[in-house]
Write a protein that binds this ligand. Structure first.
Ligand code: PMP
Length: 457
């Protein structure tokens, strides 16, 4: 044992560090491509890109070189004292990728900060344009928009919100379009419209003059497990927002910057947001970075009225922006969005193959490399597995033991159900997809045997 590992082992337990619980994880030693190695030399496939973050894989030479160069020039310059070229260039490059007019970029350090910024810009736009009565932000249940109190207020996930209810503004929620759980005779298109019309009903119930914005993830993240609505949903949502003068905020913290095969997931439906939140894959784990991108017609009145009352010390950090810029260059020059589409197709059909073998998989869904599957007791009724099986944590543990990292949550629609996100970095190749599927299949077979569930040969 080397001196460093001996010291680390001694000081680890009890540790000064804590996260959500007392569960401990191995200490990571190295990461490259889609792989991690821990200090004991065990290898793990990053089958969920962390929490859908490490979109271009680990140890990317272009990003490391760009960060090294930036560090030698300037690592920090406070935005009220200096601007920096990395932030300026990154903002221009993002604007070039987005629809005309959606070109005002505000940098932050993560997803929650990006969502907070969206909410506060929407409110300040209302104030600047004589609509002070608008303050309610409608969102969906389930949903996840961040851990800070504002982002949590629009989050639809009771286990995380309930303890803070007295500290948060109560915000209205409508059901997320979990059409795959519906058992009525409506076709897919009609189901999409039915969920979209729930927004209109909620706006009327709240009083349209009090409603500021609607926020949603175009492709669901951890809360709904890569939920994709019918095409009809997206167009109708935009129409309803326009009809009532309500801003459409898209949370693309997880779905944005190429993971679904398009720069914004919203492009799959030509859906134009008024404001969009980005993070996670934006600097792909190389640095803490997020952004709010807003339509200039919202930002200009706010600046005219005295300025945007918001900002964080690390905003526009040169090192984070240099990382973000190099990540974008890597995505563009290697056509990683094309790869996400191709490899996502392969992975999705592999997951469908596992579903054919495992009757307890009830749904496979998602776009590009934002993919998930859901476990059920019965495909006809779509009843979830009994909570006592603890599928969401047990299957993840089995896969982890095998050296495959996937991501899971227990939540969906009105019922509690387990879904599993399989979202490797966008650099993944065919052989790696095959390895992920093999390890996942072995894990599912072990889980099924433990849980008394049947699998087909
Ligand atoms: N929005 C979405 C859709 C997310 O998935 C997350 C993170 N899981 C957030 C917001 C919050 O981002 P962060 O954890 O970086 O604050």
């Amino acid at each position: 044992m080397t001196a460093t590992t001996a010291i680390a082992a001694e000081t680890r337990d009890p540790s000064n560090l804590f996260y959500q619980s007392r569960t401990r994880r191995p200490i990571v030693a190295r990461a490259e491509g889609i792989y991690f190695w821990d200090r004991d030399g065990r290898r793990y496939i990053d089958g969920s890109s962390g929490a859908m973050v490490a979109n271009i894989g680990h140890g990317n030479p272009r990003v490391l070189a760009a960060m090294r160069q930036q560090m030698e020039e300037t690592t920090f310059a406070y935005r009220l004292h200096f601007e920096n070229e990395a932030a300026e260039t990154l903002a221009r490059r993002i604007a070039q990728r987005l629809p005309e007019g959606l070109d005002r970029v505000f940098f932050v350090s993560g997803g929650s900060e990006a969502v907070e910024s969206c909410l506060k810009l929407a409110r300040q736009h209302a104030l600047a344009t004589g609509q002070a009565g608008r303050y309610k932000v409608i969102s969906r249940y389930p949903s996840y928009h961040g851990a800070t109190l504002g982002a949590l207020a629009v989050t639809g996930y009771t286990p995380m919100t309930a303890p803070f209810a007295p500290m948060m503004q109560e915000m209205p929620k409508i059901p997320a379009p979990t059409c795959y759980l519906d058992s009525d005779s409506l076709d897919w298109k009609a189901r999409g419209l039915r969920y979209a019309e729930m927004l209109r009903a909620e706006i009327r119930r709240q009083g349209p003059e009090t409603v500021l914005a609607f926020i949603m993830e175009p492709v669901g993240g951890a809360s709904t497990g890569a939920l994709v609505a019918p095409d009809s949903y997206y167009a109708r949502i935009r129409e309803i927002c326009d009809e009532y003068g309500i801003l459409l905020i898209l949370d693309e913290v997880m779905s944005g910057v190429g993971r679904t095969g398009r720069f914004l997931a919203a492009e799959h439906w030509n859906l134009r947001p008024d404001i969009v939140a980005l993070s996670k894959g934006f600097a792909a784990g190389y640095a803490p970075l997020g952004a709010m991108v807003a339509d200039r017609r919202l930002v200009e009145p706010v600046l005219d009225a005295g300025g945007f009352i918001h900002g964080h010390t690390y905003a526009g950090n040169p090192l984070a922006c240099a990382a973000g810029l190099a990540v974008l260059e890597e995505i563009e020059s290697r056509d990683l969005m094309g790869n996400a589409t191709r490899m996502g197709g392969l992975l999705k059909s592999g997951l469908a193959g596992l579903m054919a073998r495992c009757p307890f998989i009830g749904d496979v869904r998602g776009l590009g490399l934002l993919l998930a599957f859901e476990t059920v007791t019965d495909r006809q009724t779509m009843q979830p597995l009994p909570p006592a099986l603890n599928a969401h944590s047990r299957l993840v543990e089995i896969a982890y033991e095998k050296g495959l990292i996937i991501y899971s949550r227990r939540t969906r629609g009105g019922l509690e159900g387990d879904h599993f996100m399989v979202c490797p970095p966008m650099i993944v190749d065919e052989a790696e997809i095959a390895e992920i599927l093999r390890l996942l299949e072995e894990s599912l077979v072990i889980f099924a045997a433990e849980a008394g569930l049947s699998t087909l040969p």
